[in-house]
Design a protein around this ligand. Sequence first.
Ligand code: NAP
Length: 242
Amino acid sequence: MVAVITGAGKGIGRASALRLAGDGYKIAVCYNRSKEAAKKTVSDIILSGAKAKAYRLDVTDSENVNSVIADIEKDFGEIEVLVNNAGIAEQSLFTDITDEMWQKMIDVNLSGAFYCSRAVLPYMIHRKRGKIVNIASIWGETGGSCEVHYSAAKAGVIGMTKALAKEVGPSGITVNCVSPGVILTDMTSHFDESTINGLKDETPLGRIGMPEDVAGAVSFLASADADFITGQNISVNGGMNI
Ligand code: NAP
């Protein structure tokens, strides 16, 4: 049983990789730029007694995605779970978003999940089993000021999740997503202390989320306990913005 996780060198992807390894999956640790971090995720998983292998996979390159997914199936094992975690964020006034900024945001966050899902589905459909977990965002649910391109891409991920769930449900495959609130990773590391304190104050549970909080929801959606759950979005946000 193999779980493929994009962007698994760090942050939420790394936490999900460690968690799914603990759940009994062999982990295909996919990375784009963070080769050393991915090697560390692999060695930590192997030290824990599970199996893992690193693969370079750029989610914006559909040919690369197709060939890496084929390699994983051939030399690592049958893909049971895909976690579309790779993502980028950026803050900008809407009127300052260039064509390139808009396109890159859509390419990584939305097209990336499309390419990876399209690449694994023929294998899953053939076996009539599989689970896809997409990482969206609170801003895809509610909209984030000065992050309109990111919000639009993540709202697209939620829409894709619901539509694809209907299409592949008859093939025994579930498609769900997790929408994190503010989680302490490299993506949020530029926030200063007063911003972090303000965000904590806005959060009913009174703290910032950790990657492991999101990994718990990923683990649940990938598990047999979620066999009858599809097309759903789980918000992991400490009660923020609800
Ligand atoms: P992170 O530490 O910056 O991780 C982002 C990951 O995306 C990295 O592992 C990176 O891989 C990967 N990535 C970026 N571009 C890629 C590409 N072209 N191809 C393949 N991988 C690529 O941030 P994070 O917080 O863990 O983010 C993980 C997911 O959670 C993202 O989808 C993000 O939008 C979502 N999210 C995060 C928060 C938050 O507050 N942190 C909130 C809501 C949603 P490399 O480093 O190897 O390039």
